[in-house]
Design a protein around this ligand. Structure first.
Ligand SMILES: Nc1ncnc2c1ncn2[C@@H]1O[C@H](COP(=O)(O)OP(=O)(O)OP(=O)(O)O)[C@@H](O)[C@H]1O
Ligand SMILES: [Mg+2]
Length: 310
């Protein structure tokens, strides 16, 4: 659905986006992540034809995003970072105006207006002036606007920015539902949201792609993956060296707990699971165990590892 190769954008001497390449397959929901200033919005604006790239190539649904940008825009619903709404218009009136700009008219426009207002939960506020709506409802108007021409591809730049947890959840569910019919590329800073909704993650930093994979693969490939925690009633000095001698174990950290219990955090090579060995070791030495668990990494840890500046 989206294929971009070596896409770059410079503002003067500053390379905001530096030779990035990635693909989004039809039907995928892809999270586009990166710290502030990473180049997310710049990339999304190039994809949607609002910003000419300095160099590189891109295709959306097989069409060249530069040479056929008007055609490409018909396939895309774009919700920019700051949704530019005419705040003196009423919700339905605004969406009707936007639908007309997209070439809809008469009965089909009316039908589609009803549909998008229903999908985005706007029916009850359709007669309100946009300026009287809360931020969350304005975001919904922006989303309805992006959906009005029923595009195959949705490109959403921080759709949940500035929303409260309830509204974030509502928009997330909306995006999940939309993902059944549409291909979606969305940028966000809310990583738990990405873990819940996205099949794929692209991480950008300093204008360069740092990773592109499924959330599971990213988490499993992390340096800190394979961490296991075990709580034993045994002396730290006795246990630590025995755990440390396993080949895949890189580090053991013991912490004292109450009543003679100790918790050992065992760091091991990526893609390993030391739980079985640790359980057997405890059994052999008759150490009482009260907990043995594998700590899976989080997308947040992956993000920090790939984008931190130290
Ligand atoms: N119109 C512009 N003129 C000059 N520099 C710009 C312009 N727009 C963006 N930049 C710079 O390009 C870089 C990338 O900006 P961009 O807005 O794409 O980041 P972002 O990943 O969307 O960040 P955020 O998470 O803050 O939205 C930044 O260093 C920014 O200062
Ligand atoms: Mg941005």
């Amino acid at each position: 659905m989206i294929e971009i190769s070596s896409l770059s954008k410079s503002y003067g001497r500053h390379k905001a986006v530096d030779q990035i390449s990635f693909e989004v397959a039809r039907g995928e929901i892809v999270g586009f992540l990166g710290p502030n200033g990473a180049g997310k919005s710049t990339t999304l604006r190039m994809l949607t034809g609002f910003l000419p790239p300095t160099s590189g190539a891109g295709r959306i649904a097989g069409k060249d995003i530069f040479r056929e940008s008007l055609e490409v825009r018909k396939d895309i619903g774009y919700m920019p970072e700051n949704v530019p709404l005419y705040t003196d218009m009423r919700v339905r009136e605004y969406l009707r105006f936007r639908g007309a700009l997209r070439g809809l008219a008469g009965g089909s426009l009316r039908k589609r207006l009803g549909e998008v207002m229903e999908i985005c939960g706007l029916t009850s506020v359709r007669r309100k002036m946009i300026k009287t709506l809360s931020k969350g409802y304005r975001q919904r108007v922006g989303l309805a606007d992006a959906l009005i021409h029923d595009p195959d591809l949705l490109i959403l730049d921080e759709p949940t920015n500035g929303l409260d947890p309830n509204q974030i959840r509502a928009i997330r569910e909306l995006i999940q539902n939309l993902g059944e019919k549409h291909t979606i590329l969305l940028s966000t800073h809310i990583l738990s949201e990405v873990e819940m909704t996205c099949n794929k993650v692209v991480i950008i930093d300093g204008g360069k792609i740092k990773a592109a994979d499924t959330p599971e693969n990213l988490v499993n490939s992390m340096r800190r993956a394979g961490r296991v925690s075990i709580e034993l009633k045994a002396h730290k000095n006795e246990v630590e060296p025995l755990i440390a001698q396993f080949d895949e174990v890189t580090r053991v950290v013991g912490e004292s707990m109450s009543n003679g219990w100790n918790r050992f955090t065992v760091f091991a090579a990526p893609k390993t699971d030391t739980r079985l060995k640790l359980g057997q070791l405890a059994q052999e030495h008759h150490w009482p165990i009260r907990s043995l668990s594998r700590k899976s990494g989080t997308l947040e840890e992956v993000f920090v590892e790939l984008t931190r500046k130290d």
